[in-house]
Design a binder for this molecule. Structure first.
Ligand code: DX5
Ligand code: ZN
Length: 224
């Protein structure tokens, strides 16, 4: 199993974002997780395509854009133009989920579906084959630094089973990314449930030594 660590810039110093993404890239991150909040789908407001485009020249790592916005479609080509590599959205925020997935692919990005803790896995019934990634929320979206909701662990295992079946049938990889409350202390348990990609905001940007924190996370994953 290949594990990936995706620091979420939501907990970075927004006054020094370029420096912060360069620092986590140098510290061994695999992806940069870019949280987009609109004060409508979620009760918080963050950054849009302009900031994505401004960060693009600072890192070679894939930009993993997590759209917590409603509606979704208009922003997809804008983020693709701004240098996004992966775009995920919440199915409740799009009237036409399949159309939005096609739009992401046509824009040249990998596509992900983000499921909140109470959003049913059945959203994957007619979408999984089109996905490059399933983003499972282990907090309610909107804020960094929230407590991991452990009751989502069996859901991670269920999505892992579905992904393994789809990959066996098609051979196309699908990542299982977990977002919210991921720390050094619980990352192994989350991996054992079936996740391969880990978003961590406060755990990394709230630490003094980003490289040491990412290394500790990898150490916990290495012994699985
Ligand atoms: C929450 C965001 C997360 C957030 C995670 O709505 O989608 O990506 O930054 O932050 P932590 O790791 O602090 O829970
Ligand atoms: Zn996120």
């Amino acid at each position: 199993m290949t594990f990936r660590i995706a620091p979420s810039i939501l907990s970075a110093d927004f006054a020094r974002l370029g420096e912060e993404v360069r620092a986590v890239a140098a510290a061994g991150a695999d992806l940069i997780h870019f949280d987009v909040m609109d004060n409508h789908y979620v009760p918080n407001l963050t950054v849009g395509p302009l900031v994505c485009a401004a960060l693009r020249p600072h890192v070679k790592l894939p930009l993993d854009v997590h759209l917590m916005v409603e509606p979704v479609d208009r922003l997809v080509p804008e983020f693709a133009r701004a240098g996004a590599n992966i775009i995920s959205f919440h199915p409740e925020a799009s009237h036409h989920v399949d159309r939005t997935l096609s739009l992401i692919k046509e824009s040249g990005c990998k596509a992900g579906l983000a499921l909140n803790p109470a959003t049913p896995v059945s959203y994957l019934d007619h979408t999984l084959e089109k996905l490059d990634l399933v983003l499972l929320m282990t907090v309610n979206p909107g804020f960094g630094g929230q407590q991991f909701i452990a009751s989502v662990l069996p859901k991670i295992a269920e999505v892992r089973r579905r992904i393994d079946a789809a990959v066996a049938a098609t051979g196309k990889p699908i990542w299982l990314e977990v977002d919210g409350g991921v720390k050094t202390d619980n990352i192994a348990e989350i991996a054992r449930a079936g996740a391969d990609t880990f978003v961590a905001g406060s755990a990394i940007f709230g630490s003094k030594d980003y490289a040491a924190t990412i290394r500790q996370m990898r150490e916990r994953l290495a012994v699985l």
